[in-house]
Design a protein around this ligand. Sequence first.
Ligand code: FES
Length: 189
Amino acid sequence: MASPKSSPAGAAALHGPEVTRRDFLFVATGAVAAIGVGATLWPFVHQMNPAADVLALSSIEVNISAIEVGQSVTVKWRGKPVFIRRRTPAEIETAANTPAGDLPDPQADKDRVKDGKAEWLILVGVCTHLGCIPLGQKPGDQRGDFGGWFCPCHGSHYDTSGRIRKGPAPKNLAVPAYAFATDTLVRIG
Ligand code: FES
């Protein structure tokens, strides 16, 4: 179980305070109810100091029962933002129907979700170019040309599977190790 002592200092240093704060503010205002015991919310730990024992924590548990279709939330895991999006049927269909062979980093959508739960997409929210935090978690955010996430640092566009489609990023947004403990509880790490 995670503690609220972890720090986003590494990510903030990489991405600058403005982008980081904007992304995580959404979690504080829109998705608190969705996060269960064990998960940490970035705004709540923003000014706290890291502790070696906390940084070493390998997993968090997130209660996803309150996340609605079409909603995204961000949690922190191992000092990184993790995006959890409950995708709409249209987002799933678009992702599934994209031929993997056409992609810069070919991967089928079904291989980026777990247990056949296509509704749930869980990604490390760090651009694979130079490490900015892509936009797309907050309503009204730019989501790029493919409806997923958009990295404003140098213009990388990710699709609704988190796969890189356009721009300098070389790889898809990473899928962290995770498993569904129940239908409404996911263990990340
Ligand atoms: S860091 Fe995302 S496009 Fe450069």
